[in-house]
Design a protein around this ligand. Structure first.
Ligand code: NDP
Ligand code: OXD
Length: 309
């Protein structure tokens, strides 16, 4: 069995070592053009040329949760595309989102600014019931985030494509449920995959439906957000602020209006990082399962190309 590794912006050697340890007996190779085809591919943002010459693949493993960039390439037909299924990301996402929600709700930025000026100032406590949180996307990451927020006693709603029943979370679904979901939310967390259906969903029309004084946390993809609509709604005061981890262009270009905006907190696509050890273990286990005859419907994280996630 031959496994080829083709991941841009990734230090290859520790992955190759990890895969060799987890799959003894397999040939694990770093891709270079013109080599003989592999059985399995481990990828992150590979060039089209990689897939053009991989004619014998039985499985493609993405070392991230989102596959929006991969699905823009011409992939070999009928080969299962498998994304990371948590692999240590959901706990990080829960930490990140709870931190962002609490920082906003408890006005910690304002206290920090006061302290920098030597001010000992109390602010009126905000009431939790005035800050209901809506989580868009109730998948692997969204469910963990929603659950973590309920543990701080926030009122939490969630929105997904299919109907869900989650303890302590008011669930909405489908296009028909979107307006009511938005109208019930003051803090909005986006954890949707980027697909043709979700592209640009964080636009003026939808963000305007949030409760006044809303706050946006986008940890999914920059393509969900219409940047100018966010700026206009911050200007109008309908939105009080935003915490953005993802952007249409990454790194966020110097000079982009978001950088200097006093109501926007920026992080560099770091809310949930790929954890190498967990990811190698997950991918290796799936490769072994496929080698032993498991069909893709038996594996978690297999992407449905029709749905785009
Ligand atoms: P999942 O596939 O497990 O969950 C996706 C959720 O979105 C599901 O609940 C799905 O609904 C819902 N959804 C998809 N399309 C629609 C739609 N049109 N309308 C309503 N709901 C929809 O993904 P993950 O939770 O693992 O990851 C989510 C995204 O987070 C990734 O795609 C990636 O872009 C982003 N991400 C960002 C990271 C970062 O560091 N910033 C790190 C990791 C991921 P249903 O349950 O009904 O299918
Ligand atoms: C991912 C990401 O999709 O890092 O895993 O954004």
């Amino acid at each position: 069995m031959r496994v080829v590794f083709c991941c841009t912006d990734t230090k290859a050697q520790p992955w190759l070592d990890g895969l060799r340890a987890a799959l003894p007996g397999a040939e694990i190779a770093l891709w270079s053009p013109g080599e003989h085809p592999a059985d399995y591919a481990v990828v992150w943002a590979p060039p089209q040329a990689f897939f053009d010459e991989q004619t014998g693949l039985k499985g493609i493993f993405n070392i991230g949760a989102g596959v929006d960039a991969l699905l823009k390439l011409r992939l070999p037909a009928g080969v299962p595309l498998v994304r990371l299924d948590d692999a240590g990301m959901s706990v990080q996402m829960a930490e990140f989102v709870c931190h962002a929600v609490i920082r906003h709700f408890r006005a910690f930025d304002a206290y920090q600014a006061d302290a920098a000026k030597g001010l000992w100032s109390y602010r009126k406590p905000r009431l939790r019931q005035d800050y209901p949180v809506g989580v868009m996307g109730l998948g692997v990451l969204g469910q963990r985030v929603a659950k973590a927020l309920t543990q701080f006693d926030f009122s939490v709603s969630g929105w997904s494509r299919s109907a869900k029943l989650l303890d302590g979370v008011r669930c909405f679904h489908g296009q028909d449920g979107l307006d009511d979901f938005l109208a019930a939310s003051r803090i909005l967390v986006c954890l949707l995959p980027l697909t043709p259906e979700t592209e640009g969903l964080l636009r003026r029309e939808n963000l305007s439906r949030l409760l006044p004084g809303a706050y946006l946390i986008n940890v999914a993809r920059g393509g969900h957000l219409v940047d100018d609509d966010l700026l206009a709604l911050l200007e109008s005061g309908h939105l009080e602020g935003a915490s953005l981890d993802v952007f249409r262009q990454e790194p966020l270009p110097a000079g982009h209006a978001f950088w200097q905006h006093p109501k926007i907190t920026i992080t560099p696509h770091t809310s949930a990082r790929t954890m190498r050890e967990e990811s190698v273990a997950q991918i290796a286990a799936k490769i072994l399962a496929m080698q032993h005859g498991a069909t893709s419907d038996r594996l978690a994280g297999v992407v449905d190309p029709k749905k785009g996630y």
